[in-house]
Ligand binder design. Structure first.
Ligand SMILES: Nc1ncnc2c1ncn2[C@@H]1O[C@H](COP(=O)(O)OP(=O)(O)OP(=O)(O)O)[C@@H](O)[C@H]1O
Ligand SMILES: [Mg+2]
Length: 390
């Protein structure tokens, strides 16, 4: 165990720390200025530990990357570049990334420690096996706010939204974790798909993401829909093969039907507009998905408020009956570190790319269609009157 003095920057794991069980051998007992306190869980990248920053006397979480990520397939340079980008993200609903630390054997991302649990853990522990819309409604403004920040202000696609990456603090604040790691994974797919390590995550990925298309906001919308489905139904929308996830004709059952199938049929029904909003997020055709998380939130909230359509968070927009579907994939910055071929020049630094709002154009189109239909109706009425009186 360390005596409390921070180790030098080029640290070695301390020999004197409480031995870690053999199964935990991937993580060192102490890591530089961090004393490992307890293992919080294991994900597909490696183990996550609650640790204490001995220098600042603060709790942190250390995510150790297993050797697949720290081996040849992902370079330290690209890891550093991504962590530099992540360190600049600042939003109350984002799990902060502090640092990247490594020695000869181990590499870890140092993050804000969240005193709470993931939504995956929450739903698994819920007595009914699923949540109700009322439970989720309180998080909607936070979801709208954090994804506005990511998608619109920072131009960042999360790419791995799922219940395990949404955490709830003990004070009830929602925190989004693990940006960009899914993109890394996509760069090194075969290993993980073969080992099944990502099986849990594939179920939340859009068909476009599964096919390896460039990350887009519509991927996050799909994953959010799959997450909401899971929270409300207790299971993911598709639990068959990857083909079910990709095939255009395969549609998820309704949340109500899934609840019935899984013995939760006696619960109060999920409101129709929640069913329709989530089904729209899960559309295989990305153009049929809502254009933004804010639209999803409005869809879920607007009708819950009696169909008045008033938007939350300070706007007073009167909404159309359904949010505008996405017109085209929005180009935004994917996170994630790219594997570097030996000797290849480093890729250019990732820059924020603001996402143009597609909504105005779509609203104009809707207006024109309404005016056209109105005009045709007036003409038909005039014709009928003319025929009757002539
Ligand atoms: N910043 C954090 N603070 C507190 N606990 C955390 C933190 N990050 C992760 N955890 C805990 O560690 C567990 C494992 O997290 P990890 O991100 O490695 O796995 P995952 O989210 O289940 O899957 P994936 O590897 O695909 O992200 C989580 O379920 C959570 O309980
Ligand atoms: Mg995670």
């Amino acid at each position: 165990m360390s005596d409390g003095t921070p180790n030098p920057p080029e640290h070695k794991p301390s020999e004197s720390h409480t031995p870690v069980p053999a199964s935990d051998a991937v993580a060192p007992p102490a890591f530089g200025r961090y004393r490992l306190m307890r293992k919080l869980g294991t994900g597909s990248y490696g183990e996550v530990w609650r640790a204490e920053d001995l220098f600042l006397g603060e709790p942190v979480a250390l995510k150790f990357l297993n050797e697949h990520f720290t081996g040849q397939s992902v370079s330290l340079d690209s890891l550093k570049r991504e962590v530099r980008t992540l360190r600049h993200l600042s939003h109350p609903n984002i799990v902060r990334v502090h640092d990247l630390v490594f020695d000869n054997e181990h590499t870890a991302i140092v993050m804000e420690f969240i005193d709470g649990r993931t939504l995956g853990e929450l739903v698994a522990a819920s007595p009914k096996g699923c949540l109700q819309p009322d439970d989720i409604e309180v998080w909607l403004p936070q979801l709208g706010s954090v994804f506005d920040y990511l998608h619109r202000s920072e131009g960042i696609i999360h790419s791995d939204i799922k219940p395990a990456n949404l955490m709830l603090t003990t004070t009830g604040r929602l925190k989004v974790a693990d940006f960009g790691l899914a993109v890394t994974l996509a760069e090194s797919t075969s290993h993980h798909t073969q080992t099944g390590a990502r099986a849990g995550t594939l179920a939340y990925m859009s068909p476009q993401q599964l096919r390896g298309s460039r990350p887009a906001v519509s991927d996050d919308i799909y994953s959010l829909g799959a997450t909401l489905f899971h929270l409300l139904a207790g299971t993911t929308p598709f639990h068959g093969s990857t083909l079910d996830l990709i095939a255009p004709e395969k549609r998820a059952s309704t949340i109500g039907a899934r609840r019935y199938e899984t013995g939760k049929g006696k619960l109060p029904p999920v409101p129709e507009h929640w069913e329709s909003a989530i089904a729209a997020c899960l559309a295989k055709d990305l153009r049929l998905r809502p254009a933004s998380v804010r639209d999803v939130v409005r869809w879920l909230k607007a009708e819950a408020a009696g169909g008045s359509g008033s938007a939350d968070l300070g706007t007073s927009v009167i909404l159309p009956p359904h949010p505008t579907p996405a017109r085209a994939p929005v180009e935004a910055k994917p996170l994630g570190w790219q594997p570097l071929a030996a000797g290849s020049p480093p890729p250019p630094p990732v820059k924020s790319m603001p996402i143009p709002p597609a909504r105005a154009a779509a609203d104009h189109a809707t207006l024109w269609i309404v005016m056209l239909i109105g005009g045709v109706l007036v003409l038909i009425v005039l014709l009928i009157i003319a025929v009757m009186y002539l």
